[in-house]
Design a protein around this ligand. Sequence first.
Ligand SMILES: NC(=O)c1ccc[n+]([C@@H]2O[C@H](COP(=O)([O-])OP(=O)(O)OC[C@H]3O[C@@H](n4cnc5c(N)ncnc54)[C@H](O)[C@@H]3O)[C@@H](O)[C@H]2O)c1
Length: 264
Amino acid sequence: MTSGLLEGRRALVTGAAQGIGLAVARAFAAEGASVVLVDREGETLAAAAAGLERDAPGRIAHRVLDVTDEAGTDAAFAAAADRFGPVDVAVANAGVLVLKPVVDMGLAEWRRAIDVNLTGAFLTSRAFARQAIGAGVTDGRLILTSSLFGVRGGRDNGAYSASKFGMIGLAQSMAAELGPAGILVNCVCPGQVESAMLDSLFESRAIDRGTTAAALKSIFVERIPVGRLGPTAEIADAYVYLASRLGRYVTGQSIVVDGGWQVG
Ligand SMILES: NC(=O)c1ccc[n+]([C@@H]2O[C@H](COP(=O)([O-])OP(=O)(O)OC[C@H]3O[C@@H](n4cnc5c(N)ncnc54)[C@H](O)[C@@H]3O)[C@@H](O)[C@H]2O)c1
């Protein structure tokens, strides 16, 4: 059930072709927002946008973008503003999973994690802030998708975790800078989410460990107190909260949405 919590809002979500980003775009549209979906995978993105358009006619647009492209990111916000009016909710969600022990990691792999996850989030955040301030937005929301690995490290997580910790530092700093302008900045830190990203992790780890992806998945699930992986729609609810009037006094925070995995 939806309650029009985002009626009249104009959102842009990166990494929105699938997974968490698509679920966030869907939830925002269901709550009444206009949404621009952004991703580097054009075909998947166009199909995702067409799916949302059926339920929210006239309120969905999409744009192909690699979030490491500085000029392209600025242009995406300008195009979104032309289409629906100034963006007042931005979600920096595009990300890649790079898993390897630090001693085995090449510089190119390290840079890929930092470039997409951290520099991409910086470029999205900066483009949003400049556009929102320039357009006189006085109730803006910026939400970054960090991770549970943004608040703790873990085996094989050196690059990924460093990029996700960095996003929290970026968000806290921007919260301090942008609060006076009426822009709130927070992170969502998902735990283990039902997603293509996690499926590919199970597949590759299963081969390394001589087991099956299904067996590995059930070991993961046993460690989660609520006994299941996170459906993307349930992760997306945290973004709706932060983007809506319900989150109007929350800034500089990182909300872990993990079914208790951190404490389990
Ligand atoms: N899946 C999980 O369990 C999990 C847990 C914690 C955090 N996260 C984070 O959530 C976010 C979304 O992950 P997901 O699980 O939906 O993964 P996903 O792989 O299903 O989706 C990621 C999307 O980002 C897009 N993308 C990747 N690099 C891009 C780039 N350079 N420019 C533009 N788009 C790009 C991909 O095309 C894809 O559509 C990521 O930041 C990820 O690190 C995921």
